[in-house]
Design a protein around this ligand. Sequence first.
Ligand SMILES: NC(=O)c1ccc[n+]([C@@H]2O[C@H](COP(=O)([O-])OP(=O)(O)OC[C@H]3O[C@@H](n4cnc5c(N)ncnc54)[C@H](OP(=O)(O)O)[C@@H]3O)[C@@H](O)[C@H]2O)c1
Length: 300
Amino acid sequence: MSCAQKKVVLITGCSSGIGLSLAVRLASDPGKNYKVYATMRDLEKKERLLESVKGLHRDTLDVLQMDVTDHSSVLRARDKVQEGHVDILVCNAGVGLMGPLELQEAEVMRSVLEVNLFGTLQTLQAFIPNMKSRREGHILVTGSTGGLHGLPFSEVYCASKFAIEGACESLAVLLQQFNVHVSLIECGPVNTNFLENLQKVELGDSSLDALDPLTRSLYQSFMMHCGSVFQNVAQDTEEIVKVFLEAIESPEPAFRYYTSEAAHPLVKLKTTRLDGLDYIREIGKITFPQDQEESQQDRV
Ligand SMILES: NC(=O)c1ccc[n+]([C@@H]2O[C@H](COP(=O)([O-])OP(=O)(O)OC[C@H]3O[C@@H](n4cnc5c(N)ncnc54)[C@H](OP(=O)(O)O)[C@@H]3O)[C@@H](O)[C@H]2O)c1
């Protein structure tokens, strides 16, 4: 396929995980259908990506520096796109945060919102005008089931991902008038560097001593629950990339794609039982299973 016919894709957060896998898959496309601009905030981390493509894809891959929290860095990356436009924008960069809310420092909470929310918004701002004027484009955003339903000890992360849902849904309503599609790829747990990179209050951390015993014990249950979920049901990035491809290749992309059916019952519960309580009780049972058993035993 000639350069002129290739779809131009720009992806944020390609140093690892989902962004890296997606960049490698698209740059290695057998039909050479894509020209990929894989962006990352720290170019010193580009070796992993370059090793994954084994130097084979010089004509389909470029690596650019882009920190989504730095407006001038976003604009610089955009202006380096040789084709002068992006057909497919993937807002993927994100960070996690876990721990009792009362222990989170304001600066840390802000930094999560800076990347996940403001970083995504300012990336969208940089690329939307050109897509609008060309009456063409597809925006994909790596969403999270933590943006569809709340999770204990994840208030700030969920707030950032809920906010992304609202921003994307609002944009999708407008952009359909411009033939620009918006798709959220809703992921549950995925085997990436996310857990390692996640800022969290460790179980042995002395800051936990300031908390009441029930919160401490619930946090311990939740951490065990998360550990077992990531060990047993986390998806590999290849599965996530398949869902991205389905969305990218669709002539009429959906607004939401779920990478696994595991989230469906909770999402349905939330949207059909409008007072919200059934969902909150259910997620409590799932995330604090030990405490459920103990309180049942107490009642016997
Ligand atoms: N893994 C999961 O379980 C899971 C579940 C649901 C949703 N997600 C979402 O999936 C997306 C990708 O995460 P992942 O699982 O692939 O984790 P990951 O391996 O930690 O990748 C996150 C990427 O975001 C980048 N990033 C962080 N801050 C950035 C910034 N200011 N500017 C540009 N890039 C930045 C990281 O770069 P550095 O290497 O420089 O830090 C890294 O490349 C995130 O939006 C996350 O919320 C993940």
